[in-house]
Structure formats: structure tokens, C-alpha cells
Design a protein around this ligand. Structure first.
Ligand SMILES: [Fe+2]
Length: 443
């Protein structure tokens, strides 16, 4: 007899689930919705060692739940496929061997259909485990499960963003410049001048604050601690494409005095003369987006800039990048309810949008649109301790040679973001939706 999988039937089934189980299944379905515009061939592409095929993301996310939760909590655990333990392990040495990241695109089997079947089976097993533990286990086990599922869901959201940035990179190699999503109409653009928002010096608390940041944070956002912030001012909005065009017109990419030494080496070795995905010249620029090839809008926040480019632009503009503490201090000054509001993935623009209204004395577009490079090295906070167990490898071991970005982007799920969130990438990374906001010292 065929199974009834109608939306009404599924809705009825989900209505009986606990809040944690409902959140689990909803987030898993959001990942699958992201691949709806893609073909199986699209999902196979790996365009560079830093990016992964969409199919790998789908499988790896499932591996995470299978390895860290089912293996721990499911009676008589049997893996979906024993080979997946190595194939879809990203970087967890404590789990065992892993397939090399630069070669993920060579994995043609399992097929996309098999990976989707893997997801479906693990979803059902996860719902059964969540139901059983919530119904019968002791409170310590219930708490452990809840924490691991919550971590798995935030991991799922991180990869939702990576799936989009990786497929954008892959599609950019196609001369037809295929669009992932339909064109987002730009309307009501009112260019906004930069205002400089003043902050006085002080000893300020930074890091995850459960009362304001929600029930979850990664270990790298803790512990909350004090740091001295000198007086500074922060730009009311991110740097726009029009401002980057002025930097290009002023030969910004040809002037070594504007660049860090490593940045200048990077510019010359890679012959960088434009932001990533840009083409054209002074007569007009276009860039590849998830909406296909479009004209560069001068009022939209600039993105796909490396740390080196962000730093050079700031120097050219007579300013600097903010520290992550300055950024967080400004973000926490937003009125309640304004935090983590912005152009996130739910907008379905899949691209930054121009500022819609004036700043009224508050920083605009702190959340969403573009990740903002800070000048802060990705270091542990004072007293930092990685999580215990296998998931301790999640963040701490990457605290070297990377810089912190804040605020989320147009590819970030809104519920994934908070004022204390620390993203991090090496200084030459450009394929994320990374932009910048300027800061200046005050005497
Ligand atoms: Fe991962």
C-alpha cells in the first residue's frame, strides 16, 4: 500500500512532535529546499578545494547527526552505510579517518538520490530517538540530547550558508552565467551618506550573554569577559559598491602603499584588480550573483572582498577596520528587537540589498547583507575552553591565521545570528559574502 506523504498528512504527523523534534525536522527540510533549484549534476560540482559539492553538504550534515547522536543514543545502532563514516567526516580526527576535502567532487557514488534517502532515514531515526529520550530517559540524558541536537541544527544552518556560497562559486565557471534564483527587484533606492557614530572609551563586557543572545552559542563566543575599548566612531552603514568603484578608479589595486605586505603579495601573485565575481571596466561593471550576471549597483553593500581588500580600502578611505569588540559594542546598542533583523536568507534575495532608510543615529545593516571583516584575529577569549568530547574539535583548533567577521549575510539563516557570533576565515578568502564597515579612532 502506498504511504500517504501528502502535506496535510505530514503536517498532522509533525503536530504531534515535541518542540525540539519539530525544530529538527523543519530545519532539515530547509536544507533540502535550498537544493530545489539545482540539478543532480549541479549538486556534484566542486569548484575549488575550499568549497564542497552540495551533495557532500547534504550527506555530511546527516553524518553529523548519525555519528554524534544516533551512535550515542540509539539502541542497537547500525550505520546507514559503514563507509560514510570516513566519506562524510569533515575534520574530526577524534572520529577517525576522513576523505580528503579537495577531492570531494570525485565522489560520484552515493548518488544524490541515495544521499537524500540517507537523510530521510536518519531523520526518522532521529525523531524516534528524540521521542524515546524525551519520554523515558533521565534528565541528564535529556539535557545531553537537547544540547547535541541544538548543536547539530546550528551546524546545519552553517552549512546551509556554505551550500549557497559554494554553489555560487561553482556556477560562476559556467559561461552561460546561470542563475540560482530569480532576479530580485531593486526598488526604492535612496543613497545614504555615511554618518559617523561616536562611542566613548570604556571597559566593556563582550561575548555570549544568554539573556540577550538566545539559548545557544558556540564555545568560541565564551566566556563573557571584559575588554577595554578606546573611544572610536563607526560608520553608519557598510561600504558600498560605489565606494569600491572610487577605490578602483583611484588605482587602489595598483598602489602598494595601501596594502599590507601579505596583501600586496596576494594582489600581485593573483593579478587581482577587481572584487571577486566582478567584470568590466570604468564604462560599467557587472558581477556574477546567485541571480546570474547583473550590473553592479553602486548603493548596495560591497561583498566578496578578502580581508586584504577590506584593509586596503579602509586605509585608502582614511579609516580602519573595527575590532570585533567595537563591532559588538555597536550592535548591542541597537534597540531591543532590532538585533539580528536584516536581509538574511529568508528574504530569498541571496544578495545584499541597498540601505533602505537613514541611520537615525543607529548603525544600519549590522545584521544580514554582508559579513563584516574586523581587524581582530580569531583568538580564544580569556579563559576559553573548548567543549568536551568529540565536538571539542568544532571551533578551537582553527584559532590560527584567521580573522573574525561579524553580523551574518544574505545567505545566513536569521535564527542562526546573534550579536556575539564570531565567524572566521583566512585573510585571502573571497567566496563568502564578506564586506566591511569602517571605523576611526577618536582622540
Ligand atoms: Fe561541518
Amino acid at each position: 500500500m502506498p504511504t500517504d506523504t501528502s502535506p496535510a498528512r505530514q503536517q498532522a504527523a509533525h503536530a504531534s512532535l515535541s518542540p525540539l523534534a519539530r525544530r529538527f525536522i523543519a530545519l532539515r527540510q530547509q536544507t533540502e529546499a535550498l537544493i530545489q533549484p539545482l540539478s543532480p549534476e549541479d549538486c556534484q560540482l566542486q569548484s575549488m578545494p575550499d568549497a564542497s559539492p552540495a551533495k557532500w553538504h547534504l550527506a555530511h550534515l546527516t553524518w553529523f547527526f548519525e555519528t554524534f547522536i544516533l551512535e550515542r543514543f540509539e539502541p542497537g545502532f547500525t550505520p546507514f552505510d559503514a563507509g560514510f563514516r570516513v566519506l562524510f567526516n569533515s575534520y574530526y580526527n577524534g572520529v577517525g579517518d576522513k576523505y580528503p576535502r579537495p577531492k570531494r567532487g570525485l565522489i560520484s557514488r552515493p548518488s544524490l538520490d541515495e544521499v537524500l534517502a540517507y537523510r530521510a532515514q536518519v531523520n526518522q531515526r532521529m525523531l524516534a530517538v528524540i521521542g524515546a529520550v524525551e519520554a523515558g530517559a533521565d534528565s541528564a540524558q535529556q539535557q545531553e540530547l537537547k544540547e547535541l541536537v541544538t548543536l547539530g541544527l546550528h551546524h546545519e544552518q552553517q552549512h546551509q550558508e556554505l551550500l549557497l556560497t559554494d554553489i555560487k562559486h561553482a556556477l560562476s565557471f559556467n559561461p552561460a552565467r546561470p542563475a540560482y534564483a530569480s532576479r530580485w527587484p531593486l526598488a526604492g533606492i535612496h543613497p545614504q551618506p555615511v554618518e559617523w557614530l561616536r562611542h566613548e572609551a570604556g571597559l566593556v563586557e563582550h561575548g555570549y550573554d544568554a539573556a540577550r543572545d538566545g539559548e545557544f552559542a558556540f564555545d568560541n563566543e565564551t566566556p563573557r569577559h571584559k575588554a577595554y575599548v578606546a573611544a572610536f566612531e563607526l560608520a553608519s552603514r557598510p561600504v558600498t559598491n560605489g565606494e569600491i568603484m572610487a577605490f578602483i578608479a583611484d588605482k587602489g589595486y595598483q598602489r602598494p602603499e595601501l596594502w599590507l605586505s601579505m596583501g600586496w603579495d596576494w594582489v600581485t601573485e593573483n593579478k587581482v584588480s577587481l572584487p571577486f565575481y566582478w567584470q568590466g571596466g570604468e564604462g560599467g561593471y557587472q558581477h556574477f550573483t546567485l541571480q546570474g550576471l547583473i550590473d553592479v549597483d553602486p548603493n548596495t553593500p560591497a561583498c566578496h572582498l578578502s580581508y586584504f581588500e577590506a584593509d586596503a580600502f579602509a586605509r585608502w578611505a582614511g579609516a580602519r577596520l573595527p575590532t570585533e569588540f567595537e563591532w559588538e559594542l555597536a550592535a548591542r546598542g541597537l534597540p531591543a528587537g532590532a538585533a539580528a533583523q536584516g536581509n538574511f536568507v529568508e528574504t530569498s534575495a541571496f544578495h545584499p540589498l541597498p540601505q533602505q532608510e537613514g541611520s537615525r543615529g543607529l548603525p544600519a545593516q549590522m545584521f544580514g547583507d554582508v559579513w563584516e571583516w574586523t581587524q581582530s584575529n580569531y583568538n580564544p577569549y580569556p579563559g576559553y575552553k573548548p567543549w568536551e568530547g568529540l565536538v571539542g574539535e568544532y571551533n578551537g583548533k582553527f584559532m590560527c591565521n584567521q580573522f573574525v567577521l561579524r553580523g551574518g549575510s544574505c545567505a545566513t539563516p536569521q535564527s542562526h545570528m546573534r550579536a556575539s557570533y564570531r565567524n572566521f576565515f583566512p585573510p585571502d578568502a573571497r567566496w563568502q559574502f564578506s564586506g566591511l564597515r569602517l571605523a576611526r579612532d577618536l582622540a
